[in-house]
Design a protein around this ligand. Structure first.
Ligand SMILES: NC(=O)C1=CN([C@@H]2O[C@H](COP(=O)(O)OP(=O)(O)OC[C@H]3O[C@@H](n4cnc5c(N)ncnc54)[C@H](OP(=O)(O)O)[C@@H]3O)[C@@H](O)[C@H]2O)C=CC1
Ligand SMILES: Nc1nc(=O)c2c([nH]1)NC[C@@H]1CN(c3ccc(C(=O)N[C@@H](CCC(=O)O)C(=O)O)cc3)C=[N+]21
Ligand SMILES: [Mg+2]
Length: 296
């Protein structure tokens, strides 16, 4: 039986429409003040430029003012820190995102730690992650990609409490926070990583699978339990001379195989990617609303 498609692109579009109305209300209530998002981009990576462009477009659609600093690949760490400090101090900026990865000569941790926790819309600050991990505590911001995965599950009517979930990958920005979020929803979570023995067999026991291992189509049909819900975070470019851009995107899940087993599944592209951007805007609007209320 073929799985039902979870249409991330359509759901993200709907969320942007909801936020558009909220931003208009905020403006009304707080004397015309609008949420502001600043994006710092270092270097000329094609994929990073694409995401940053998509973020700016989405901001405009929703009514968020976007700010940007584009630095050369050769920029120093001090220059990046200076851009962050400027946005930390700027009252019209409510969210700051430093696009990753940074060039190797720049210390990513030092830059991320410099972002004011009140403006950490990526949710990567250790204080936000720490609170996410603790019972009875709440972070100011939840990382956008895992938050997008959970939003897809909720809006697709997937019950989470008491379910077995498997997360393939344990990175700070996707796998680990995704596992924490599922656990907060009362799933019983197994985290699978590169040293996990019998990864396929363990994954095949899960009712819910979030795949974020960065390996094209690694999660095959035999990793998926009949009827499981599959969220594919992976974005992998594979060369394809017949494709418009010379490559096409595939996920970390073998879609053709997994969709024969799953009850619901996200596509790549058009799944988690658009939700990541929608959740970034969500965090930005929430941060601005908190700040406006505190100022009023
Ligand atoms: N849609 C979106 O918005 C986003 C998509 N992505 C995509 O999601 C994927 C994951 O990204 P990210 O978390 O940054 O990647 P990382 O490379 O940082 O992490 C990959 C994780 O997968 C694990 N892993 C690698 N190989 C295997 C294996 N053979 N078996 C089991 N686990 C394995 C690694 O284990 P170990 O810890 O042991 O090394 C690691 O924990 C990528 O495809 C990326 O492009 C990322 C961000 C946003
Ligand atoms: N500080 C920081 N925060 C991030 O959130 C962050 C980052 N750095 N670095 C890179 C990753 C990756 N990421 C994506 C965002 C959108 C799509 C997206 O919109 N994807 C479209 C396709 C895009 C295309 O066609 O190339 C889709 O899946 O349908 C993908 C990936 C955010 N990341
Ligand atoms: Mg680095």
């Amino acid at each position: 039986m073929a799985a039902q498609l979870i249409d991330g692109k359509a759901i993200a579009e709907q969320i942007r429409q909801e936020m558009k109305a909220e931003v208009a209300e905020l403006k009304e209530k707080f004397g015309g003040k609008a949420p502001g998002l600043a994006v710092v981009l270092v270097g000329q990576r094609k994929d990073s430029q694409t995401y940053v462009r998509n973020k700016k477009k989405a901001c405009e659609e929703v009514g968020i003012v976007s700010f940007g600093t584009d630095l050369d690949e050769s920029a120093t760490e001090a220059e990046v820190l200076q851009a962050v400090a400027g946005y930390n101090a700027d009252p019209s900026v409510h969210g700051i995102l430093v696009q990753l990865p940074l060039p190797p000569h720049i210390d990513e941790q030092r830059v991320l730690d410099a972002i004011s926790i009140e403006k950490d819309v990526d949710g990567f600050h250790p204080l936000n992650i720490g609170r996410l991990a603790m019972r009875g505590r709440d972070p100011l911001f939840v990382p956008c990609t895992p938050k997008g995965c959970l939003e897809l599950l909720k809006r697709s009517g997937v019950a989470l409490s008491g379910k077995k979930a498997a997360v393939v990958g344990r990175s700070n920005i996707v796998g680990m926070p995704a596992a924490l979020l599922l656990q907060r929803e009362d799933c019983t979570v197994t985290v699978i990583h590169s040293r996990t023995a019998n990864a396929q067999r363990i994954c095949a026991e899960a009712d819910i699978v979030i795949a974020a291992c960065g390996k094209a189509e690694m999660v095959g049909g035999d990793w998926i339990k009949e009827g499981a819900v599959v969220i594919d975070v992976g974005i992998n470019a594979v060369d394809d001379a017949t494709a418009k851009r010379g490559y096409r995107l595939v996920g970390d899940v073998n879609f053709a195989e997994a969709s024969e087993k799953a009850s619901q599944i996200t596509p790549v592209p058009g799944g988690v990617g658009p939700m990541t951007i929608a959740m970034l805007l969500r965090n930005c609007v929430d941060g601005a609303a908190r700040t406006f209320a505190a100022e009023a």
